[in-house]
Each structure stands twice: as structure tokens, then as C-alpha cells.
Design a protein around this ligand. Structure first.
Ligand SMILES: [Zn+2]
Length: 433
């Protein structure tokens, strides 16, 4: 907290030092200079009560904004250009009035988002950014007023929906003649969705899993045997449907989603790695809880869940899915075997549940929960370079064994009927404009 305050003071001093320069510039040059400077959000506060609540965020300069509402659960989404959030750690965690909590972060390249969970149906009465004045920074102001559900639902139908999908990750096409199998690594969460958090040590799942995915990417690249693609390479949000589609569009032969769990303060003794495959029925209550938590990512990021297609079903997929599941289970066992040599495993390390991100019908997929951020021992290990290196190595061993067992690598192990193409009619094409 102390350094944050210090940062803010330094930042203000820097901004004040720039003031004469701003005044002497023509509007055009000041805009150009402003565009190069990242906008910084330095503080945030809530005021008001259960009838009317105001959120104010201090910004280094004015930005355009868009605000809209989403139902079930009730949310208010504020979209702004890319902003560096230098807010206190506690920002957004405690609610007031109509706001239960809020989150903020990168939603898509160049686009930041603030998502407010609201306790009741609300109307966005005002949403604007005040220009900086005297010693006051620019301020983003959102005024929410309590309303009834019918009024709220009418507002939700506004045409802003079309703009709310994050950008799809783009992969470079394979070079001609490159028939190496594609492995898609999927660092969970990102941007506005931090995933599990250990507030005491300021460790977030989204950063941890990205670090490990990048290490694994480097090690797999060294073998020269695979094309390795990541669903995200930075701290940005990617929807669950997009992750699945990315793997399918790139003809992935294996999809590994990386995560870390947390039980909060409930049980600091539970620890160890777990490997999940897809199942309609969860192995146990704990697996169900985890799948529910992981599947909330799109809700957390302010996506409209009402437009999500129904789960993939139907006879055409059955055969391919069964084969895919067999391959997924095969790899999960290989991975558990390999990782158990170097890392502590959960007491039942192979489980299954209905994770949305594992639903590609033609890509063998596993979700690897590295451990628990809520366990002090797991946390220490997962953030250590030695543990990361040995677990990454164990994953490489499992991947090598998995592909070696399949013989020469050509084509895909699972063939879908021709009528189920990777086309725009794809029922899994959950998202995207
Ligand atoms: Zn996760």
C-alpha cells in the first residue's frame, strides 16, 4: 500500500510537470502526444446507498467509455480503451449500495473493461468522464439507480451486445510442408478474470499459469517435434468458447488447459496437482465445485451468457467424442504418472467434470490444476523456479510418450464425419462477432 501511495504521488508530480507543455500545444499535437501515453487508473471509490450508487475512478486523462447491463446475474459493464489499473489491492472487493463487487482488467487488445456485480436490477443513470480540473484528475463516473426487473431487461436488449466479444486469438498458419502435430497450451483466465487469487501473497492464477505455459512452450519448441500454440500470450481475456475454437481451428492434436485452484481460507491443508478430463457427470462434489468455478470465467468478464449455444450433443458427434475422450483419458494418465514423479499429487489426482473448455469434440483435452493457491506449501512450490522447471519437464515427458505411442505423426487421430466441418455452422463456435 505504501509504495502505491508513493507511486501515485510520483505520478501526480510527473503529470504536473507536464502541464505547461500541454497548454502550449495545439489540440492536434496534444492529442497525438496523449495517445502515446498510457492512461493510468490511480484510485477508485464507491458512494451512495441501495437506491443510488456511484462509482468514481481517477484517471490520468479523459477516455471515451461505453456502458451496458447484463442479466442473470445482474451486471453493469463499462468498456474503455486500454488502461493501466494501478488501483489499491482492495479495489472492487468490497461493495457498497447497489454494487456487490467489481473487477477490472484488459478484455481485448487495446480494450479494458470494468464489470460491476450489482445486487438488484439497475439503470445506468449516468456514465461519463470528467476532464481533469485544477488539482483533480480526470474522473470516470458511473451512477446506478435501482429499478425493476422488467425495466432492466428492456435496457439489456440494447444493441451494444454486438460489441462485447473479445478478440479471437490469432495463430500463424503452419509453413507449407510442416506436418508436425499442433499442441495448444491454454493458460487459464487472464485480463479482467484473474482466476484464483491468494491475496496475502498477491499471487494470481492467471499470471502463474501463463508463466508455466510459456516455459512449457519453450521446452516443447526445443524438441522440434511439435507446433506449439498458446491461446493467450499476455494478460488478456479470452472466452472459454474461443479457447475451444482456437484449438479446433488450428487442428490441435492435444489441448492442455493450465489452472491452479484455491479453497480460500476454507482449507489450507488441501494440496496437490489434479488432472481433469471432460465428463457429463462430475467425479465428486469437489470436481463439480471446481468446474462451476472455472466455467464462470465468461460471466466474470461480462459476457452475455444468454447467447451461448446449448451444449454440444447429437449423434454425429458421438463417435468422434468417444474416441477423443479415450485419447484424453490416455494422456491424462500419462501426465499424472509423469508429474507424480516430481510433484505432490492430490489424493485422487485423476478426475472428470463438465469443464466448458474441454468440450472440443475432436481435440483430446485435459485440464491440469497445478495445485492450490490456498495451500502455503503448494504456493511456495508453484512459484519456485525449480518446481516450475521440473513440472514442465515432466509434462514434456508425458507429451512425448503420448505422441510416441500413436506412431508416426500424420493426420489427426480422430476423424469427424465430413458433415461436421470447422465451419460457421459449428455449434461450438460459441462466441465471436
Ligand atoms: Zn482456473
Amino acid at each position: 500500500m505504501a509504495w502505491r501511495m508513493g507511486m501515485r504521488r510520483i505520478f501526480l508530480a510527473a503529470a504536473l510537470a507536464l502541464l505547461p507543455a500541454w497548454f502550449s500545444m495545439s489540440p492536434a499535437t496534444s492529442q497525438a502526444a496523449g495517445a502515446a501515453e498510457p492512461v493510468v487508473a490511480s484510485d477508485a471509490r464507491l458512494a451512495g446507498d441501495g437506491e443510488r450508487t456511484r462509482l468514481v475512478i481517477d484517471l490520468s486523462r479523459s477516455v471515451p467509455l461505453g456502458a451496458f447491463t447484463l442479466a442473470d446475474p445482474y451486471r453493469v459493464v463499462v468498456d474503455i480503451p486500454d488502461v493501466i489499473f494501478a488501483l489499491p489491492d482492495s479495489a472492487g472487493q468490497e461493495g457498497r449500495g447497489l454494487v456487490a463487487a467489481y473487477r477490472f482488467g484488459l478484455f481485448a487488445p487495446g480494450k479494458a473493461r470494468i464489470v460491476l456485480d450489482v445486487t438488484d436490477p439497475v439503470t445506468v443513470d449516468k456514465a461519463f468522464v470528467l476532464e481533469p480540473m485544477d488539482d483533480q484528475p480526470a474522473r470516470l463516473v458511473i451512477d446506478l439507480v435501482k429499478t425493476d426487473r422488467a425495466t432492466f431487461l428492456q435496457a439489456v436488449a440494447a444493441p451494444l451486445r454486438a460489441t462485447e466479444q473479445p478478440e479471437m486469438p490469432q495463430a500463424e498458419a503452419a509453413a507449407a510442408g510442416d506436418h508436425r502435430p499442433v499442441i495448444v497450451l491454454d493458460p487459464g483466465h487472464g485480463g479482467i478474470d484473474p482466476g484464483a487469487v491468494n491475496p496475502k501473497f498477491s499471487v494470481t492464477e492467471k499470471h502463474l499459469v501463463l508463466t508455466i505455459a510459456r516455459q512449457l512452450e519453450r521446452r516443447l519448441a526445443q524438441t522440434g517435434r511439435y507446433r506449439v500454440l498458446l491461446t493467450r500470450t499476455k494478460d488478456t481475456y479470452i472466452s472459454l468458447g474461443q479457447r475451444v475454437r482456437f484449438a479446433r481451428d488450428n487442428g490441435a492434436r492435444l489441448f492442455i488447459s493450465l489452472h491452479a485452484d484455491s479453497l480460500g481460507s476454507r482449507d489450507g491443508d488441501v494440496r496437490g496437482a489434479t488432472i481433469y478430463t471432460l465428463s457429463d457427470r462430475a467425479s465428486d462434489a469437489e470436481s463439480q465445485r471446481l468446474a462451476d468455478a472455472e466455467n464462470k470465467a465468461d460471466m466474470i468478464a461480462g459476457l452475455d451468457l444468454s447467447e451461448e449455444p446449448a451444449d454440444v450433443a447429437g449423434i454425429l458427434f458421438d463417435l468422434a467424442q468417444r474416441e477423443t475422450r479415450n485419447f484424453s483419458a490416455l494422456f491424462a494418465r500419462s501426465l499424472a504418472g509423469s508429474v507424480s514423479g516430481v510433484a505432490r499429487m492430490h489424493k485422487s489426482p485423476l478426475k472428470a467434470a463438465g469443464f466448458k473448455v474441454l468440450k472440443a469434440p475432436d481435440v483430446p483435452s485435459v485440464l491440469f490444476e497445478l495445485g492450490y493457491l490456498s495451500s502455503a506449501k503448494d504456493l511456495e512450490l508453484m512459484t519456485s523456479a525449480a518446481w516450475q522447471a521440473s513440472v514442465t519437464e515432466a509434462m514434456v515427458v508425458a507429451i512425448e510418450a503420448y505422441f510416441a505411442a500413436q506412431g508416426p505423426v500424420e493426420g489427426t487421430p480422430v476423424a469427424l464425419p465430413a458433415s461436421v466441418g470447422r465451419t460457421s455452422g459449428d455449434p461450438l463456435a460459441a462466441t465471436g462477432p
